[in-house]
Write a protein that binds this ligand. Structure first.
Ligand SMILES: Cc1cc2nc3c(=O)[nH]c(=O)nc-3n(C[C@H](O)[C@H](O)[C@H](O)COP(=O)(O)OP(=O)(O)OC[C@H]3O[C@@H](n4cnc5c(N)ncnc54)[C@H](O)[C@@H]3O)c2cc1C
Length: 628
């Protein structure tokens, strides 16, 4: 391809700086390859909402970082309308959240949070950092015949990445890394020591699991990411690992990118406020060969950005379209929603769909935007006979100038440095392979019931300080029928996304969540006065356990770990978008590296597996670096 802007030519171009792309870009640059990393957002790394580990919900609501998507969870619109946190646009502007909107409101869908900022969703997520099950990796190895994906080999990638901090796990422990850039920290017992009532609930949970409740403090630092051969069958209480450092600062791909730049010796160029709209190809070769990208310079060009302004974007688009070129390869890492969107906009996707939007088809790849999956979530919550108290300071989340928890955080202490109380692992009756398939975490003093926009015209009811919630995450989802489709060929439009939860195979996921509810109820029932008896809040809001639990979960489940929309697959699978080396089938010089590549959602939380992809992809791409 004729290259009119020689200055904008690099060995590699990486699109998107999340756990996949940011990690990869830093790895390639550290190996001496010149890399242009293009990121639609800017850097909010000094913003306290991002930096303070315990402020992740403030980060999630921060308009400087967030991208707002609205999705469908079900094909059946009647079921969708039962969702308690369905979002509507009210006449005159603003959001209403609920099932009884004011007349004339427009149904937007279910709010689904993402970010458009340096570091991607790793900068506003809850930082939960468990490894997936070994089987999740081994299945990719088996499916593709590529043994570099085996769990044993992927453990080596994890070790390279990790800098582990857990008072119960000494340096040098097999299976962990202690020199990587990604800090993973397990809570010490400080938070739990401050809450007598939470100790009572977790001790009761330990008893239900058959663990010794007198060893509660040992249990809540137990190593969840241990390297035992039977790890994926182990149940009970564990420590809660999170990608933050022991001072309570979030660590993400934003940090490895900034550190690589600050080292001033690696050929990494970071383009912020650079929204990529198309991959450019040389179509004269046998297979279309990716040669660069086209992008819109300037902030907030995507409609998911709450600051998007059509007039401003049109004006900037008229003059601000730029190109950059790759001598070797282009790597798309926009995440599970934006990578398939970008491939489709560039002519790679289901032929009929692209043609219906007047997009020239380069590769008919029916799998792009299919196979969308997620960890479905729900909660079992109840009100105790007494409030949950804390001997620690009262946190105001920065809303008062003298927030004592903020002062403590600056010293590396207090609630803002810590994550949820503990992780609890359970094998449900619906486990398809005998492994544990439910991940709980405990929340004292409130419930977690999914996401909805922060500024709404109505107030969504909250629950009192006597509430305890076991949040339930379904691992290894069996529902794999979600879809993502473009609504137009304008790259600024958000796609149409339908997860199709519990359809075609997904009933198993529903049953596992029902088992999770039963487990929580058992724990609450086992707690005597004065904290007990407990009165149910979720799933049966009446407090009487008289609701249809399955139907309640079916309508009210939520999620935020989208994966698998550009999946790796076997050579003979027409739905396989990628081969085992992240290469986009039917093209040359184009790969995808992010959460969209997993053939199935890994474990309960995708972020650590996605960081691992960034590390693995670095190795794989460098093997080919002399080819170009
Ligand atoms: C609220 C929330 C909480 C979560 N909590 C957890 C958790 O505790 N543990 C866990 O394991 N997972 C969690 N997740 C999920 C996890 O963070 C994601 O799975 C992970 O970040 C995915 O990484 P990624 O690299 O695939 O993409 P992303 O993190 O989505 O990053 C993609 C990046 O690409 C950029 N981009 C996209 N399109 C373009 C374009 N066209 N041009 C330029 N740039 C572009 C975006 O701005 C973004 O920075 C959470 C997610 C959310 C939303």
């Amino acid at each position: 391809l004729e290259n009119p802007q020689k200055a904008d030519t690099y060995d590699y171009i990486v699109v998107g700086s999340g756990p996949g792309g940011g990690t990869l870009a830093a790895n390639l640059a550290k190996a001496g390859e010149s890399v242009l990393l293009l990121e639609a957002g800017d850097d909010q790394g000094e913003n306290l909402n991002e930096k303070i580990s315990g402020w992740f919900s403030l980060a999630g609501n921060d308009p400087l970082m967030r991208w707002d998507f609205f999705v469908k969870y079900h094909s059946d619109p009647v079921l969708q309308r039962k969702y308690n946190h369905l979002t509507w646009e009210v006449p005159g502007g603003g959001y209403y959240v609920g099932t009884d909107p004011p007349a004339g409101s427009k149904e937007l869908g279910i709010y689904y949070p993402r970010t458009g900022t340096l570091g991607g969703c790793g900068t506003h997520n809850a930082q939960c950092a468990p490894l997936p099950s070994d089987r999740d990796w081994d299945d990719i190895a088996k499916m593709t015949g590529d043994d570099s994906w085996s769990a044993a080999n992927m453990r080596e990638q994890f070790i390279k990445l990790e800098n582990y901090h857990n008072p119960s796990v000494p340096k040098g422990t097999r299976g962990h890394g202690f020199d990587g850039w990604l800090d993973i920290t397990t809570n010490g017992p400080e938070l739990l020591r401050n809450s007598t009532e939470a100790q009572t609930v977790l001790s009761a949970a330990a008893k239900v699991f058959g663990q010794d409740p007198d060893k509660l403090y040992d249990l809540i630092t137990r190593d969840l990411n241990n390297n035992d051969t039977n790890r994926d069958y182990q149940e009970g209480l564990f420590g809660f690992p999170a990608h933050r450092n022991p001072m309570g600062r979030r660590v993400s791909s934003r940090d490895v990118v900034i550190d690589t730049l600050n080292a001033k010796k690696y050929p990494l160029t970071l383009g912020l406020h650079s929204f990529v709209t198309k991959v450019l190809f040389d179509t004269k070769s046998k297979k279309p060969r990716a040669t660069g990208v086209e992008y819109l310079a300037g902030m907030s060009h995507y409609k998911a950005d709450p600051r998007f302004n059509l007039t401003a974007s049109n004006a900037a688009a008229a003059t601000g379209t730029k190109q950059a070129y790759a001598r070797k390869e282009v790597i798309v890492s926009g995440g599970a929603f934006n990578s398939p969107q970008l491939l489709m906009l560039s002519g790679i996707g289901p032929k009929e769909h692209l043609e219906s939007l007047n997009i020239t088809v380069l590769v008919d790849s029916p799998g792009v935007g299919s196979n969308l999956q997620d960890n479905t979530e729900y909660g079992v919550a109840a009100g105790a006979s007494q409030p949950f108290t804390s001997k620690g300071p009262v946190c105001t989340y920065g809303s008062t100038p003298d927030d004592p928890c903020l002062e403590a955080w600056h010293r590396g202490e207090g609630p803002y440095t810590q994550g949820p109380l503990s992780a609890l692992m359970l094998k449900s009756s619906a486990s398809v392979n005998g492994e544990r398939d439910i991940y709980f975490f405990g929340i004292a003093g409130g419930t977690f019931e999914g996401y909805w926009p922060g500024q709404t015209v109505n107030q969504v009811p909250a629950h009192g300080p006597n509430t305890f919630d076991f949040s339930i995450v379904k691992m290894n989802p069996q529902g794999k029928k979600g879809t993502l489709r473009l609504v137009s060929n304008d790259p600024r439009d958000m796609p149409d996304i339908n997860f199709r939860f519990f359809e075609e195979g997904g009933e198993v996921d529903l049953q596992a969540l029902v088992d999770g509810v039963e487990f929580g109820r058992k724990v609450f029932d086992s707690i005597a006065a004065p904290l007990g008896p407990f009165k149910e809040i979720l799933p049966c809001a009446s407090g009487k356990r008289d609701c249809d639990v399955k139907e309640e979960i079916r309508a009210q489940t939520w999620s935020h770990h989208a994966t698998s929309t550009c999946a790796i697959g076997a050579d003979d699978d027409p739905m396989a978008v990628l081969d085992s080396k992240f290469r986009v089938r039917g093209t040359e010089g184009l790969r995808v590296v992010d959460a969209s590549v997993f053939p199935k959602t890994p474990g309960a939380f995708p972020v650590i597996p996605t960081f691992m992809l960034g590390t693995k992809a670095g190795d794989v791409i460098l093997e080919d670096r002399k080819k170009w």
